[in-house]
Design a protein around this ligand. Structure first.
Ligand SMILES: NC(=O)c1ccc[n+]([C@@H]2O[C@H](COP(=O)([O-])OP(=O)(O)OC[C@H]3O[C@@H](n4cnc5c(N)ncnc54)[C@H](O)[C@@H]3O)[C@@H](O)[C@H]2O)c1
Length: 293
């Protein structure tokens, strides 16, 4: 039998070195995605420390903190979150939150992970964020979200001639979108599978800001938001968030279909988007071999 000596001093030193080296994370937005990320950090799945959180709904921040063993500080506003002693801030709030806070986060010398990617299709916001990265030597991460295949889109972008995203959701998951403010279509009155939108990614993220972040990711990885086509289908019979991507060009073609289970706490958000955010942050926080493009 092999006897392994336990040296409490060495073990303590190792533990201290490990925990001192952990990245400190701030969280902007304590809803479906923010909560799951916080739990993944708290349970050790992501090797990091969640030290500060902010949500403009105090109830949401308090509810999230109540679920954690290691309690982060709830800041009074987003500015204080940006200025807090963290290494990286995860935005999981809204396009407005990106517009209002991305620059100040970078100016405060924090890296930033953005979930509300649709905000970056506004050229002025994109420019501010990318200039901010260069000026303050900071990095911005966009997880793959609720789709697969972004690596292939990036690889073929110079040979890509056409790319179409067809998204099918239950009308309940589309409710509240700006699109319905001016359209004759009412989500509660849709009876069968109906194409409710057919246009560009640029316009789709404006009309469906909380539903079609994947269109923004595809545009940024590929040939831009005016050349990326989007079709949105409302189907009262589906309980999935389905994304089909069809791409073709000199390289050949590919088509990818992802049938997502919606998150239990927010039907607009797919389970895969949450898992992808957790994996992206885990990859940033631990120094392992990077797999994939
Ligand atoms: N990249 C992707 O593939 C992908 C997938 C799903 C969702 N999203 C986006 O991620 C974001 C979060 O999604 P979710 O499912 O967690 O949403 P959610 O509605 O469950 O939670 C968002 C939380 O952020 C808070 N919030 C909103 N705006 C804020 C602001 N300006 N300042 C502070 N707090 C604010 C809300 O009070 C809420 O608690 C949304 O913008 C959503 O569209 C992206």
């Amino acid at each position: 039998m092999c006897y392994v000596p336990v040296n409490p001093i060495t073990d303590l030193t190792r533990w201290l070195a490990k925990s001192i080296g952990l990245k400190r994370i701030g969280l902007l937005g304590c809803g479906a995605i923010g909560t799951e990320i916080a739990i993944a950090i708290d349970s050790g799945k992501i090797p990091a420390k969640l030290t500060h959180v902010f949500d403009f709904s105090k109830d949401s921040s308090q509810r999230l903190v109540s679920k954690l063993k290691n309690k982060p500080v709830i800041t009074e506003n987003a500015g204080l979150l940006a200025a807090s002693p963290v290494d990286l801030i995860v935005e999981a709030a809204s396009q407005d939150a990106v517009r209002d806070n991305a620059l100040s986060i970078l100016q405060n010398r924090k890296d930033l992970m953005i979930m509300s990617v649709g905000a970056l299709l506004d050229e002025s916001i994109f420019e501010i964020v990318s200039e901010g990265c260069k000026d303050f030597n900071k990095r911005v991460f966009l997880p793959s979200g609720a789709i697969a295949g972004l690596d292939s889109i990036k690889a073929v972008k110079n040979e890509l001639e056409s790319i179409v995203l067809v998204t099918t959701k239950n009308p309940k998951a589309l409710k509240g979108a700006k699109f319905f403010e001016t359209s004759k279509i009412k989500p509660d009155e849709i009876k069968g599978s109906t194409v409710i939108y057919d246009g560009t990614a640029e316009e789709a993220v404006r009309l469906f800001p909380a539903n079609i972040n994947v269109a923004a990711l595809i545009s940024l990885a590929g040939i831009g938001s005016s050349k990326t086509k989007v079709r949105i289908v409302a189907d009262p019979k589906t309980n999935k968030n389905t994304h089909e991507i069809q791409a073709s060009g000199k390289f050949g073609m590919f088509s990818i279909k992802i049938e997502n289970i919606p998150s239990e706490s927010n039907p607009k958000t797919s389970r895969l988007a949450i898992l992808s955010a957790i994996e992206c942050l885990r990859k940033i926080c631990d120094g392992e071999i990077q797999i994939g493009t």
